[in-house]
Write a protein that binds this ligand. Structure first.
Ligand code: KDG
Length: 317
């Protein structure tokens, strides 16, 4: 039994060792990534019981990912790793000017062949939280059906659902499809974790207060709107608060910050911290995730997080 269950697509990640156009980059470090697996690793590093599952190919990449995630202390007993389809892959392209770009090779991947009947029903039912994102349901119709079934299982068993919209435009047909599918999933969650850019796509506003109230109007009891280096706005309908992020001088790459935020925030909730303290943990983990170029290496241990936040009281109820 684990406290948090999450599932999705984990992929091999080829991380370029230099900034510049991928066409001319020849040196890479092999790592892994995938939003939900990143969250699971973040929670495990903070000392929580967490399980991740998904479908991986019966290829060396699948084995590498399984070993990596298990090595981080995440429960992997429900990973399915016998698919004849390939494990997904992505390359990051780091530009000297502007944001990193991704090149994904995930169409027809093992993960996209996950079906509702593959879900470990009891495992989900026994958890305290189910964490889902908007990436996995975009992979295929059966992945969307799987996400919907997982939500049903969680709801039938009193498992709280956290939802990070994680909008990945290239996986969807249209903005209309993004809005209708993701707003429907969001409406069934208990905790919504959008970023401001995602709020704009889902609700047509980039005002964090309005984004929070749009979320709460649809069903969740808690909305956390991520504001990047500014921190996050959290609301439960009764009170709304902006919680500043800690100062960080060494941001290298913002990718993975949202997953780190979700891990820190959920850790706070599991530990019984109030909403604003949970957000401070989220802000701290999210900030530290940006200190490296890969997606999970910056996720801190509890000691590293406490040192960074310089506030021991955060760890107590
Ligand atoms: O949030 C970071 C993830 O997006 C990254 O680790 C992997 O591209 C990825 C994905 O789609 O999950």
């Amino acid at each position: 039994m684990v406290d948090v269950v999450t599932f999705g697509e984990a992929m091999v990640f080829m991380n370029p060792q230099k900034v510049g156009p991928l066409t001319y980059i020849t040196d890479f470090k092999k790592r892994m990534g995938g939003a939900e697996a990143n969250v699971a690793i973040g929670l495990a590093r903070l000392g929580h019981e967490v399980g991740w599952f998904g479908k991986l190919g019966k290829d060396p990449h699948g084995k590498y990912i399984e070993n990596f995630i298990r090595g981080e202390g995440v429960d992997t007993q429900h990973i399915l790793c016998d698919s004849e389809l390939p494990t997904g892959l992505y390359f990051k392209e780091r530009s000297a000017v502007g944001e990193s770009r991704f090149h994904h090779y995930r169409h027809g991947s093992a993960a996209s062949d996950f079906h509702p009947e593959d879900l470990p029903v009891e495992y989900i039912s026994d958890a305290k939280y189910l964490h889902i994102t908007g990436i996995f349901p975009a992979l295929s119709d059966n992945c969307l059906a799987t996400t919907r079934r997982a939500i049903e299982i969680a709801k039938e068993n009193g498992v709280r659902i956290s939802f990070d919209p994680n909008v990945r435009g290239q996986l969807w047909e249209s903005e209309g499809e993004i809005r209708s599918v993701l707003n429907n999933l969001l409406s069934q969650a208990d905790i919504a974790l959008p970023g401001v850019g995602e709020g704009k796509r889902l609700f047509g506003t980039d005002d964090p207060w309005k984004i929070a109230s749009e979320c709460l109007d649809r069903g969740p009891d808690t909305a956390v709107v991520k504001l990047g280096p500014e921190g996050a706005l959290v609301s439960n309908g009764k009170s709304t608060e902006c919680v500043e992020a800690p100062n960080l001088e060494h941001e290298v790459d913002p990718v993975g910050a949202g997953d780190g935020f979700a891990a820190g925030f959920l850790a706070g909730r599991l530990e019984g911290l109030n909403l604003s303290r949970s957000v401070r943990l989220g802000n701290g983990v999210g900030a530290l995730a940006t200190t490296v170029t890969s997606d999970v290496e910056g996720l801190p241990s509890r000691t590293e997080l406490n040192t960074f936040l310089r506030n021991g009281e955060l760890t107590t109820k």
